[in-house]
Every structure is written in C-alpha cells, then in structure tokens.
Design a protein around this ligand. Structure first.
Ligand code: ATP
Ligand code: NI
Length: 373
C-alpha cells in the first residue's frame, strides 16, 4: 500500500495562491498576486522585498485585516492549524486574531489605545483569552511586561502609552500580542519606527520570545541584515508575487532569481536597507504598471538576463533550483525561483555563472576543499 499522494504536510500556516486587490479610482491594483508559502511551529519566516512589493498586504490578508472596500481578498487558501481562514466567518476570525495569531505593527500606537493605561489594556487582553481573576490577570500582565524588558513593571503597568518612549511602547505592544499566548506572531517592520539604538534590542527580544515559547514568527522586513540574523526561511516578494523562496542559507548563499541576486548584490555589508532601491524602483516604474497589465516576468525590464521568453505569458511559476541543499520532495520547503532560466527549458547557468565569474574563487571555496588563505 502506498501513502496517499501529495498530501500536504500540515504546517502551522499554509498560504496558497493568496490574491488581494484594491479597487482604486485609477483601476484595480493586485497588490498580492497569488503568493504561496508555509510556516511551521517555532519557525521564523521572513517576507522581504522592496517597498510596494506587497509584504504588508500579504501579512494583513492572513487574518483579513485588509479594509474591504477598497481591498478585496479575491482568492487563495490560508490554512492555519487545519482551518481555512480565507473562508472563515468574521466571528471565527475574531477568535483567531489576537488569540492564536497576533500582529505586531510598525507603529506601536496602532496596538495601543491612548486613553487607557497599559495595565488596563493588558488585563483586558489577558481576560479575553483566559477566565482569570483580575488579580491573577494583573500579576500576569506584570510578568509579561517583565518578559518584554520593561523595567520596574509593577509601576509602569499604570502608565499611559504616551508616558512611554517609542521603544517601550513597542515592547508593550509585543506584550499585548503575547497576552493571548498566540501560536503565530506576525510582525510587520516592528522596528522600523524606532530609534536605531532600540531596533536591535526589540529584534533580539522578538527572537528570544520566539525561541523560548516556540511560536511561529512571520517577520516582514526590508532589512536583509535582520533576515540573515533571524530567519529560518525567506520569501522574496516583488510586485505582489513570490520571486524566490527557500531556507535562509540557500537564499543567501545561492540566490537564484535575478531579483534576489540584485537585492543581495546591492549590499556590501550586513546592514542592508532596501529603501534606496525601493525609491528608485518606484521612480522607474511606468505608472500604468501600477494597475494590472503585466505580461511576462514582472522583473524583466530590470533584469540583466531577460530573454524573449521572459516577455511572454504570465509570471513564471516557482521552479526548483538545481543546487538547493534543502530541496526535498516537499515543495513547501524547497528552494525555488520564479524565473524561466530555472524552468524545464531554461539554463540556470545563464544566471548563476555570471556571478561565478564576478566573484571568482570566493564561491569555489567549498568544492575546492577549503583553499583558504
Ligand atoms: N488601501 C490601499 N489602496 C490602494 N492600494 C493599496 C492600498 N494598500 C496598499 N496598496 C498597494 O498595494 C501595493 C503593496 O503595498 P504594501 O504596503 O503591501 O507594500 P510593502 O511591501 O509592505 O511596502 P513597504 O516596504 O513600503 O511597507 C502597493 O502598490 C500599494 O500601493
Ligand atoms: Ni509594508
């Protein structure tokens, strides 16, 4: 007897062909155009890509935080712990949001109500989740504030949000997110609005919470330095689609899609910020391409390896890359790139060899058995 074929492994989160549009005066914008990825328990998946690539819309489509109208989640599956959130009722979703899946936003004020004390809000979140006495909830709230690194939490619990610095507000927002003991934390640029000195502290906090409690973390970021540090797996988005997906090792060591290569090439050091590229991209873009009219690969006009096949049909599907260390039969975990050169009629060397000659020697290290100087 053989096992039933291709039964998808049960991930904590399984997103398939998710598509979200906005109806604007200028036309319909498909901000997220059929993306797919998986996230397991205890895993950190980073969603990267330049500004406007659809990261936020993707993250907020998961629990349908998108305003409808003007937004509309047109299709797709968002299976979370066995149920499909895309077709769940509003009541079911409310039960999932904040409880099983919590969001941390770029701006902590989005999570905090200015007219209530931090403690009041935390207690409410705790008691919504668990039927505990007020005294117990308060003790738990103080413990949460302590866990997120708020000094003197028994006193600060009575502060109002405006009495706290931005970094402390974000810590409180993270405490609020943790109050429901979620299985998945969706954090969208959680450090971008903070002082540079605070950013790494908050990031390290998220990382330590993630590893201590084993929750899944979907981290939206444009900072590739952060990705290298915290991600298990990476989803690279461009213009609403997934261009490349794989383990952080594969994507960073063997970037395959020309877009990913361009992203990584633009970076001399580790502290990478995609904002300048993003600004250039928006400036370069034909305004008509903002609405749906694309044929072929969305990256073709910026791609050094574009050929005729890149100008035809739809965005190429995600093809397995030849050199993935994690390419398993399980497609969700494989290293894949949405590029014709990785397709059945393509030659990956068109993309990959161009880089080999550029950094000759450096990447030959491994195969040469460590010819290090
Ligand atoms: N309310 C809206 N109405 C119309 N278009 C929208 C709306 N929200 C987002 N979009 C469009 O969806 C696309 C994706 O936006 P999104 O905010 O998800 O990008 P992002 O990758 O998160 O960018 P950033 O790095 O700047 O946060 C953009 O083209 C944006 O203009
Ligand atoms: Ni965003």
């Amino acid at each position: 007897m053989t096992d039933p074929p291709a039964a998808p492994r049960d991930s904590l989160l399984h997103v398939e062909d998710l598509r979200t549009r906005f109806h604007t005066d200028a036309g319909t914008v498909t901000a997220v155009d059929g993306i797919s990825f998986d996230l397991d328990d205890g895993e950190t998946v980073c969603l990267v890509g330049e500004s406007g690539s659809g990261k936020t819309v993707a993250a907020e489509s998961l629990t349908r935080l998108i305003d409808d109208p003007p937004g509309e989640i047109v299709s797709g599956t968002v299976r979370f712990d066995g149920r499909d959130l895309a077709t769940a009722s509003e009541a079911e979703l409310r039960a999932v949001r904040g409880d099983r899946i919590a969001h941390v936003f770029q701006n902590p004020q989005r999570a905090l109500n200015p007219v209530y004390s931090v403690g009041w809000q935390l207690l409410e979140a705790i008691q919504l989740h668990d039927d505990v006495s007020k005294a117990d909830a308060r003790a738990r709230a103080i413990d949460l504030l302590d866990r997120v690194g708020i000094p003197d939490p028994a006193t600060r619990i009575d502060d109002y949000p405006h009495e706290l610095s931005g970094g402390m507000q974000q810590r409180v927002a993270i405490a609020m997110a943790l109050a429901g003991e979620p299985d998945l934390l969706v954090a969208d640029e959680p450090t971008t609005a903070l002082d540079v000195t605070i950013q790494s502290q908050v990031l390290r906090l998220l990382e330590s919470i993630q590893s201590a409690s084993g929750l899944g973390l979907l981290l939206v970021t444009h900072d590739l330095g952060v990705v290298a540090e915290v991600a298990d797996r990476v989803v690279v988005m461009y213009d609403g689609t997934v261009m490349e997906r794989g383990s952080v090792h594969d994507v960073f060591e063997r970037p395959s899609h020309p877009y990913t290569r361009a992203l990584l090439d633009a970076i001399p050091g580790r502290d990478v910020d995609l904002t300048p590229t993003a600004a250039r991209d928006v400036a370069d873009r034909d305004p008509s391409s903002a609405t749906d009219s694309t044929t072929g690969c969305r990256f073709r006009s910026r791609c050094p390896h574009a050929v005729d096949a890149c100008r035809e049909g739809d965005q190429p599907p995600l093809h397995p890359t030849p050199d993935a260390t994690t390419s398993a039969p399980d497609g969700a975990r494989a290293h894949v790139a949405a590029c014709v050169h990785f397709g059945p009629d393509g030659d990956p060397d068109v993309v990959v060899d161009s880089a080999k000659s550029a950094d000759s020697g450096a990447s030959a290290d491994e195969s040469a058995g460590g010819d290090r100087r």
